[in-house]
Design a protein around this ligand. Structure first.
Ligand code: SF4
Length: 281
């Protein structure tokens, strides 16, 4: 049994928050550069160049890539041979979010209650925490800040098996078409297929937080990722909605087992600032 003190978790999460908000993943940066070379619209190319300059400045000056530093979504894989000592795991994650967002001067975007007072919690807590118990003696933490512009354009639909793969494609493309320029395209699009209602949404969120240079290990789903990318890029929305052939950098698909009578599909849209950072303790 390996012990990990909560103070290490607090510091790790704080560091991830600053790093994720200020440093665009290198593979996404390279993807923007490659898209710029392919983009046919002059306005689209100009936007992509500005995104590269923006990412450079953010990295060099440790400034947020975007003013909306989002809710702090944390994926935690806790090894079952890890013993967390010194306090509770969830408290440690939230203390880390508060520390990172406060000391890193990142915008606090969380309100404690959604309908009546909508009072800002002041430190961007609570985190949106997804925890899995896994074999081993390590703790893997992935923090993916998620802004509202793209999250608000995400959608879920309970299809049925008769809708089939064409129904899935239609729903993904319709969701991206309806999103228009609101999620600050080019996007990174996560698609979750299967499970039940909440599991499809979680699958889509995991897919949206995946790196753009990865593909689904199942070749059928990898081909679907590629086909969906071609379809959404055929919409012509383009960078920042100004037209062009780069509406998305990547479509990532995740799937899971589902009911014999269900075909849930969730689309979690991420913007060009598809940020995340990861650490293993
Ligand atoms: S959608 Fe993304 S880039 Fe646009 S404001 Fe929100 S976080 Fe920023």
């Amino acid at each position: 049994m390996r012990e990990i003190h909560v103070s290490a978790i607090v510091d790790a999460v704080a560091g991830l928050a600053v790093s994720a908000c200020c440093h665009l993943p290198r593979v996404l940066y390279e993807s923007i550069r490659a898209a710029e070379a392919r983009e046919t619209s002059a306005a689209g190319r100009d936007v992509l160049q500005q995104l590269l300059v923006n990412a450079d400045i953010a990295r060099e000056e440790n400034m947020p890539i975007c003013q909306d530093t989002g809710l702090a979504v944390v994926f935690a894989e806790v090894g079952q041979d890890v013993h967390i000592v010194g306090g509770s795991f969830e408290d440690a994650v939230n203390r880390g979010v508060a520390k990172g967002y406060t000391e890193g001067y990142l915008r606090k975007s969380s309100v404690a209650e959604p309908l009546f007072e909508r009072r800002n919690t002041g430190d961007n807590t609570p985190a949106v925490l997804h925890t899995r118990l896994v074999p081993g003696e390590h703790l893997r933490l992935r923090l993916a800040p998620k802004g509202a512009g793209s999250e608000n354009k995400s959608a879920l639909k309970m299809l049925v098996p008769a809708d089939g793969i064409e129904g899935v494609k239609r729903f993904v493309v319709d969701t991206v078409r309806t999103a228009g320029s609101s999620p600050c395209p080019p996007m990174v699009i996560g698609v979750g297929i299967g499970g039940n209602m909440e599991l499809a949404a979680l699958c889509a969120k995991r897919a949206a937080a995946r790196d753009v240079n990865t593909c689904n290990p199942d070749p059928r789903y990898a081909a679907l990722e590629e086909e969906l990318l071609q379809l959404v890029n055929g919409l012509g929305t383009g960078p920042q909605g100004l037209g062009g052939n780069t509406t998305a950098f990547k479509v990532n698909v995740e799937f899971c087992a589902t009911h014999i009578a269900s075909l849930p599909v969730a689309v979690n849209i991420n913007c060009h600032a598809a940020r995340h950072a990861e650490i293993v303790l």
